[in-house]
Design a protein around this ligand. Structure first.
Ligand code: GLA
Length: 413
């Protein structure tokens, strides 16, 4: 169980040791876990992420000049740059997230004050829980608090995404920055990645007891207390191929749009293609990879909307089934899973009390997310960890995540 108060006072203490004096602000921005809607964000589609209780903390104070000094506690390193000459740093690549944020805030015409900052985080890096979005959003918001400029949360998220796309060079969609900025405690966020409208969806305990029987993956047993938890299982495999494969998937989706538009002229993005339309037009997509990528996105968008309906109806069994289908589609059609993620998801599917389990994030490593009936959590920890370790020789990290608020100032002193 984490202790936010203790972490906050520890980051304050480190700030005082390194820079002297008290920080003017302490800001927290969360990582995220995506419940469903994978790779749909850059296709103008729907996603359903949750901001989690793993985050990046920044303690910072103004300096009175235009220098920025950041001490990253996790790396034991310092970086320093001038706001009058912001460039990427090839040696300390971790600092490019903060540099990129500063660059685009300045580009928007905001004259930033220099600052001293201490940064620390417990979002595991490269695990698919969006540590980079948490770094960007925490930095942008720190500046907003200390400099006091007007900017909506949505604008802030867009600016951070731009920093990642154009400064860091990772061509991500909007999901991670958006939920880190706008997440809500005890809710998932349904985001329409075209209009950027969002709706908080309460994460309720199951209203109807899950049904018995059915084909594997098994629905939960009857007789529980009714609560359910979001459980993240980290394969400990750090994403490798992700950047190049991510860009390839984006291109394949764009290729699909180009072809489908010949027959469906109103289509601007895969979001505009319904499942029914895909069924009648899919033969036009001759290249198998393009057809499969499109199939994943089009059905995944539908799964997100069905998932929201299931959550609203309290039907966690239906929700879990959609999570499982999403994993299978990411594995077979979108081809972004890997052996470790498949082993972890399949191990979860075999545990009674697991509603659903799937890879989360970009893929090629990182974590699975599972929805687990409260009374099955211990069983999940033991059995999934044992099965995974036996198959891979790697000890996974398994933890329960709480849905948290998006970025904010941590209550002072
Ligand atoms: C990464 C990106 C997101 C999204 C996911 C896949 O996390 O940063 O924008 O595309 O992959 O759903």
């Amino acid at each position: 169980m984490r202790n936010v108060k203790r972490e906050t006072s520890s980051v304050r203490r480190r700030f005082a040791e390194i820079f002297g004096g008290e920080p003017g602000a302490v800001v927290r921005a969360p990582g995220r876990v995506n419940l469903i809607g994978e790779h749909t964000d850059y296709n103008d589609g729907y996603v359903l992420p949750v901001a989690i209780d793993r985050s990046v903390l920044v303690a910072a104070a103004l300096r009175g000049d235009r220098q920025v000094v950041i001490h990253a506690l996790d790396f034991g390193e310092n970086t320093k740059f001038s706001l009058d000459d912001i460039r990427p740093d090839q040696a300390q690549t971790w600092s490019n997230y903060q540099r990129g944020v500063a660059y685009f805030l300045e580009e928007r015409g905001i004259k930033l004050p220099g600052l001293n900052a201490v940064v620390v985080g417990d979002v595991p890096i490269g695990s698919g829980l969006s540590s980079s979005a948490a770094v960007e959003v925490s930095m942008a918001y720190t500046w907003q608090v200390l400099a006091g400029f007007e900017m909506s949360r949505v604008e802030l998220a867009l600016l951070c995404q731009r920093a990642e796309n154009e400064f860091v060079g990772m061509n991500c969609g909007i999901m991670d920055q958006f939920v880190s900025a706008l997440g809500q405690r005890d809710h998932a966020l349904l985001i329409d990645c075209r209009s950027l409208d969002c709706q908080p969806i309460p994460l309720p305990p199951p209203l109807a007891p899950p049904k018995l029987g059915g084909t594997p993956p098994c629905p939960p047993k009857l007789g529980g207390t009714g609560g359910a938890a979001i459980v993240v299982a980290d394969t400990m495999k750090r994403r490798g191929l992700v950047d190049s494969e991510y860009n390839t998937r984006r291109r394949e989706c764009e290729e699909g749009v180009r072809i489908l538009r010949r027959y469906l002229p109103e289509v601007q993005a895969l979001r505009d293609v319904s499942v029914a339309q895909f069924k009648t037009q899919s033969s036009k997509l001759k290249a198998q990879n393009v057809r499969r990528r499109c199939r994943h996105i089009i059905y995944e968008n539908e799964r997100v909307l069905k998932s929201v309906a299931a959550l609203r109806a309290g039907d966690l069994a239906a929700f879990g089934q959609l999570m499982n289908e999403s994993h299978i589609s990411l594995r077979d059609d979108y081809e972004v899973s890997c052996a470790e993620l498949d082993i972890m998801a399949e191990a979860a599917w075999r545990v009674d009390g697991v509603y659903g389990s799937r890879m989360t994030g970009a893929g090629f490593g990182g974590c699975t997310v599972s929805l687990v009936a409260e009374e099955a959590i211990e069983d999940f920890r033991v059995r999934v960890a044992a099965a995974y370790e036996e198959a891979t020789g790697i000890v996974p990290q398994i933890y329960i995540c709480r849905a948290e608020d998006g970025v904010g100032e941590v209550s002072p002193r």
